[in-house]
Each structure stands twice: as structure tokens, then as C-alpha cells.
Design a protein around this ligand. Structure first.
Ligand SMILES: C[S@@+](CC[C@H](N)C(=O)[O-])C[C@H]1O[C@@H](n2cnc3c(N)ncnc32)[C@H](O)[C@@H]1O
Length: 290
């Protein structure tokens, strides 16, 4: 099956993901005064959204590795970095590969290696200590890939799963078919998204229980998208969000297509002509050894 993620949608999300992300990782790193001791490995990096956010928040790792299995997305990292970090960082690229060198105003540098690889099989060097991040990816993962990711907490490594979809989509004003649509959407989230059968929103309780059983500490924070149709950008985002839901569910077994069409048409009307707000639940999970 085709597990490719839409570049335009991932790029459209960057702004809303930025607003949604909690500060638990930043607070933890500041408290430990530790970012110099860690390398960052951003698994399932897509087009670099998570790294852009850490840099904007002043978290600069000397060495960063960005991993994804989709070259098309990896190729857009440089332009996204330049777009979102303009006037804050200088971004230099290597002509032979995708790698970047990022420098701040004080000439503090970060070497960014960009690699096409599978997150489940990618091996990190044993000698180094890492923050291993998975942004907007936990709900796509299978039980075995989550177990594989937990094995990466060795020594002082930290695992950070951010923007994990928790299965809730609340619209204000609500539509009588919202619950029906969300339940099909959640079922769809449990299909193969690149790691075998995904756990969808159930991945949050699964990883929490597994991590606790292994004796790890789990810190959790909310990181929802809260979007109302205030600006043109918001309207475009909301239109795309409901269109993607409609397209995703249209071919699902058992879906009542006439209900789906009514839901979509009435939601679109609200987005364009009335006041509407959506709250999409996400959680950030920071997992480490005590
Ligand atoms: C929803 S996107 C999230 C992208 C990015 N982390 C973000 O926050 O915008 C999921 C990403 O996981 C990648 N992916 C899925 N399965 C993968 C695998 N087995 N190995 C590496 N990357 C994978 C996809 O190519 C996609 O870029």
C-alpha cells in the first residue's frame, strides 16, 4: 500500500503544530542544563518541522540526525529551515548531500545530518547520548515499532513523542454526525501507516504502560490544535483538514457516504460562512530512566 504522507499537508501543519507543542522537553532540558550533552535524532522527521520548532525555542543541539524513509519530504527540509528560521539562523548546505550546518548569531553551530532510513532499523552509535524524538508519529506506529523505540532508551537517552493524536476531535459548533465521522477516522488511523498495523490513539496508553513497566518515568502534557476560522490561513487549514477526512473515509468499508457528504458540506459551509472552532487532542510524552 502507499504510505506516503502529503508534503503540502505536512508543511501546512507546521504553523499549527508550532502553536500546539508543549514545553515539557524544553523545560526538562533547561532544568538539566543539558542540551550540550545530547545529540538529537528526530525519527520520522518529514520535512523537519520538529527541528524548526526546537531551534525557534532556543534548543540548539550540536549534532542532529533527521531520519525519514521518504526522500521527497527530506528534500524540503532546507527550504523549510530557510523559510521559518530566516533572520534567526544561517543555514548552509553541502552540495554533495542533504546535510546542513546551522549557525546562530553567536556562531554557535549545529551539524544536521539528513538520512533516508527506516526508523525501526536505524542504529545509533552506542557511545553517544541522544534525545530521540518522534513528532506526529506515535499514533502511526505498531506495537512492535513502539517496543523498538523504547529499547532506544539506554543509558541516559531520552525519548520524546510529541503531537500524539489522542482520538478526540471536538467541533464548536458541533454537528450531529461528528461522533460518527470521528469513530471511522479513528478506525482508519489503525491501518498500516508505515510500521505495520498502527495503534492509532491507543498508542498513548500502550506506550505509557509499557514504559512504566520497564521502570521509566513518563511525563505527559497536552498539545492540542485549537483552530478557529479567523484568518485566511486558518480557513485554508480547516478546509484541507475536512477534505482530507472526507477523502480518507470515502473508500472505507461500512461508511455511509451520504452521511459523509452531508457532514463535509455542512462543515465547509460553517468554515466559510459562520464561526467554527476545532479542538484536536494531542499529547506530548517525555520518557526517560529515573
Ligand atoms: C505524520 S508525518 C510526521 C512528520 C513530522 N515528524 C512532523 O511532525 O511534521 C509521519 C512521517 O513518518 C514517516 N514514516 C512513516 N513510516 C516510517 C518508517 N518506517 N521509517 C521512517 N519514516 C517513516 C513518513 O514518511 C512521514 O514523514
Amino acid at each position: 500500500m502507499d504510505n506516503k504522507f502529503s508534503k503540502s499537508w505536512i508543511n501546512m501543519r507546521i504553523h499549527y503544530d508550532d502553536l500546539a507543542r508543549s514545553t515539557i522537553l524544553i523545560d526538562f532540558m533547561k532544568k538539566q542544563n543539558a542540551s550540550n550533552n545530547y545529540r538529537l535524532v528526530d525519527m520520522c522527521t518529514g520535512s523537519g518541522s520538529f527541528l524548526i520548532w526546537t531551534l525557534k525555542r532556543g534548543l540548539l543541539f550540536t549534532d542532529t540526525i533527521l531520519i525519514d524513509n521518504d526522500m521527497n519530504l527530506l528534500k524540503s527540509i532546507k527550504s523549510n529551515m530557510r523559510r521559518y528560521l530566516k533572520n534567526i539562523f544561517t543555514i548552509k548546505s553541502n552540495t554533495n548531500n542533504l546535510n546542513l550546518v546551522i549557525s546562530d548569531a553567536l556562531q554557535k553551530k549545529s551539524n544536521v545530518k539528513i538520512k533516508k532510513a527506516d526508523c525501526d532499523t536505524y542504529q545509533m552509535k552506542d557511545l553517544d547520548t541522544y534525545v530521540i524524538s518522534y513528532s506526529a508519529a506515535l499514533d502511526l506506529m505498531s506495537k512492535s515499532s513502539i517496543d523498538t523505540s523504547l529499547k532506544k532508551i539506554e543509558k541516559k537517552n531520552i525519548l520524546f513523542y510529541s503531537l500524539c493524536f489522542d482520538g478526540t476531535i471536538k467541533w464548536k459548533k458541533s454537528h450531529p454526525f461528528d461522533k460518527y465521522i470521528t469513530s471511522f477516522f479513528n478506525n482508519h488511523q489503525m491501518s498500516d501507516k508505515g510500521f505495520g498495523k498502527a495503534l492509532g490513539y491507543k498508542s498513548i496508553s500502550f506506550v505509557t504502560q509499557r514504559a512504566k513497566k520497564l521502570g521509566y518515568t513518563v511525563k505527559t502534557a497536552d498539545s492540542p490544535w485549537v483552530v478557529s476560522n479567523k484568518s485566511n490561513q486558518d480557513i485554508l487549514f480547516l478546509k484541507r483538514y475536512i477534505l482530507d477526512i472526507k477523502k480518507t473515509l470515502y473508500h472505507m468499508e461500512g461508511i455511509d457516504r451520504s452521511m459523509l457528504k452531508i457532514w463535509y458540506t455542512e462543515k465547509l459551509d460553517q468554515i466559510l460562512n459562520k464561526k467554527i472552532k476545532v479542538h484536536v487532542g494531542h499529547k506530548d510524552l517525555l520518557i526517560f530512566k529515573k
